[in-house]
Design a protein around this ligand. Sequence first.
Ligand code: DC
Length: 207
Amino acid sequence: MNETFTIAVDGPAAAGKGTISKALAAHFDLPHLDTGLLYRAVGALTLTGTDPVTAARSLTADDLGRDNLRTPEVAQAASKVAVIADVRAALVDFQRAFARRIGGAVLDGRDIGTVICPNAKAKLFVTASPGVRAERRYLELTGKGLDITREQVLADVVARDDRDMNRAEAPLKPAPDAVLIDTSEMNINDAVTAAIRTVETKTQASR
Ligand code: DC
């Protein structure tokens, strides 16, 4: 198994893990997989009537490329299908194969450091207070023209946190060896710098 340079980035919704993961991938010249997109694609298919397990087992590249995957409705649907053990099982092989690419990879999600890549070289748990995360998501969604209130976004974030953290299968939690980065008081540059430094420290320590 080649996990010589796998970086696992986990954390709750809108903590900044997507931005940090993309920046890590660019900095270390690694491919990046946003695993939330897999669950969002399955969630989106269930909204059109497809059975979640069937959707997860037959997911295609086209499903991942659809342009409605970033809506709050799809986020909630993703969080709901992510509770189902057979859905998660159907998505494991693809994620692990990506993680084991020669040269390494960056994966972000909820269970990367705990379940998908327990041997990852560096594990980050990126978090921020619910209020800060909701405000960031509110600005992102309204920036795209969505008609939504701060209260709705906060309620969505809290509901998703609760479901993601309290499910039986692969709940969202830091791996014991994950380094916590709380971005509540950080701007994006500071958060990326902290993440790069953490990965460098981890990878140098294990050489
Ligand atoms: O990272 P995201 O917000 O796009 O993820 C959408 C949902 O997918 C999230 O609320 C829970 C689920 N998910 C998961 O259960 N495991 C992952 N590795 C990634 C996402």
